[in-house]
Design a protein around this ligand. Structure first.
Ligand code: ADP
Length: 429
């Protein structure tokens, strides 16, 4: 699926960038052609103007005549190679050829005036091949406002064509190479773009698989308890009650698990400000210790609280914060042997409020530390199951702290204990 998407991304990238490249190459070629033509036309116009200026009108004959000696680049016949002029003709006002230089121009002036591109198969002095393209300009010449004839000049287009051919060859070679580079870039970029999606997809898949697996175990227990209850008609009284109690207990833990899963699925990103209240952490942690005191006493643990006298206020959802610190406290109790110490601290550090939950319990191996905030991750699966854990408590605590823009970290050593620390920004009025 990901390879197909990556291929599609690369294909679309190549197609779009390739089309842009081809259009760009076309525009470049067109502009060069226009530029070359404009260059030729300027040159042609200059030459035609010089020839037109050399026309001498002979009144008695009512005819014009071109004086060659006045035309600097047409002094010889044929014209010197560097003039580029293929022919220059002088036509009378009826369009009949009177004089010419270079290759013979048409005898009769064609109807089309001004600039013209024409193809010729004549053997031309400067032409490299049999078929040549010429640019021709026909200028009307007037004497005292009266039309006396036309000057027609043609130059060879070969050098402009050579320049265009060179550009075309370059584009023909460069465009496929650029297309190859673009498709390779598209493939690499497609891979990079797919990476986070692939990662999230794999995480989601693992999460769904873990969640289904966690739900299957208690469901199987409910089913077997119910089936045994149905099979044994004599299963009455205390035994039946025990089975129903077991089913209710499993259903309760499943309910907790589903609640946790729903929380993790729904709560993403930062909390919106309308859910945030000014919360006094000193009060909140005090209430939490009262709340957990029965569990702590039942497990024969010693709790020490180190809370400041003054209030430390943060902007938070009090229920969520209660749940996050509650998860850390209940873990500290779960993973500390009877007689151990659990400590709850609150203090300020520059602009942050720091909550620490410390225990001198079993600790967490260094190899497991990077993963303990992942969903369903448990260091000792058997032990965690015995203590009723699904491996979601820390993931939920971290998600809550992050939703408040805070930070949750851990330090732990096997056999020594663990310190979980929450940092939140202090709210200043
Ligand atoms: P669980 O419901 O299994 O406790 P958590 O997400 O709360 O899941 O914790 C993940 C794992 O991290 C636990 O299974 C346990 O192995 C380890 N852990 C968490 N807190 C502590 C602690 N205070 N001391 C030792 N191990 C801990």
């Amino acid at each position: 699926m990901f390879t197909r998407s990556r291929r599609n991304l690369a294909r679309w990238f190549t197609l779009s960038m390739g089309s842009i490249l081809i259009v760009f190459a076309g525009v470049l070629y067109y502009q060069e052609a226009v530029e070359q033509l404009a260059l030729k036309d300027r040159l042609l116009y200059k030459k035609a103007r010089v020839i037109a200026a050399s026309v001498q009108y002979e009144l008695q004959q009512g005819q014009g005549r071109v004086d060659l000696s006045n035309v600097p680049f047409l002094g010889n016949n044929p014209p010197p190679a560097d003039t580029e002029v293929i022919y220059a003709g002088w036509y009378d006002r009826l369009g009949k050829l009177r004089q010419f230089f270079g290759a013979p121009p048409p005898e009769q002036l064609s109807a089309a005036f001004e600039f013209q591109t024409i193809k010729t198969t004549n053997d031309l002095p400067l032409a490299k091949s049999k078929v040549s393209w010429l640019r021709q300009l026909t200028l009307p010449v007037r004497h005292k406002g009266q039309l006396i004839g036309y000057v027609q000049v043609a130059i060879l287009m070969a050098d402009a064509q050579d320049a265009l051919r060179g550009l075309l060859m370059f584009l023909i070679m460069a465009v496929p190479i650029a297309l190859g580079v673009i498709s390779l870039t598209g493939w690499v970029l497609g891979g990079l773009a797919m990476q986070p999606i692939r990662f999230s997809y794999e995480q989601l898949q693992r999460f769904s698989a873990d969640a289904s697996h966690e739900l299957r175990t208690p469901l199987a227990a409910v089913l077997s308890n119910a089936q045994v209850g149905m099979l044994a008609p004599l299963d009455q009284g205390a035994s039946k009650h025990l089975r129903l109690e077991k089913i209710a207990e499993i259903a309760k833990s499943m309910n907790t698990l589903i609640g946790n899963l729903l929380f993790l699925a729904r709560q993403a990103g930062h909390l919106s400000p309308e859910f945030l209240k000014e919360v006094d952490l000193t009060d909140l942690l005090g209430e939490l210790i009262d709340f957990q005191s029965t569990t702590i006493a039942a497990q024969h643990l010693n709790i020490k609280s180190d809370l400041p006298e003054q209030s430390i206020v943060v902007l938070a959802d009090p229920d969520l914060l209660h749940q996050a610190v509650g998860n850390l406290l209940s873990n500290a109790c779960k993973y500390t042997k009877a007689g151990g110490i659990v400590q709850l601290r609150l203090y300020t550090q520059s602009c942050s409020a720091v909550i620490q939950v410390e225990d001198n319990g079993i600790g967490i191996p260094a190899t497991d530390l990077p993963y303990i905030f992942e969903r369903f991750y448990r260091v000792d699966k058997q032990r965690a199951r015995e203590t009723g854990g699904f491996g979601l408590g820390l993931a939920i605590a971290q998600q809550i702290v992050q939703a408040h823009g805070g930070h949750l970290s851990v330090k732990s050593e096997v056999g020594q204990g663990s310190i979980f620390q929450i940092e939140l920004s202090i709210h200043k009025n």
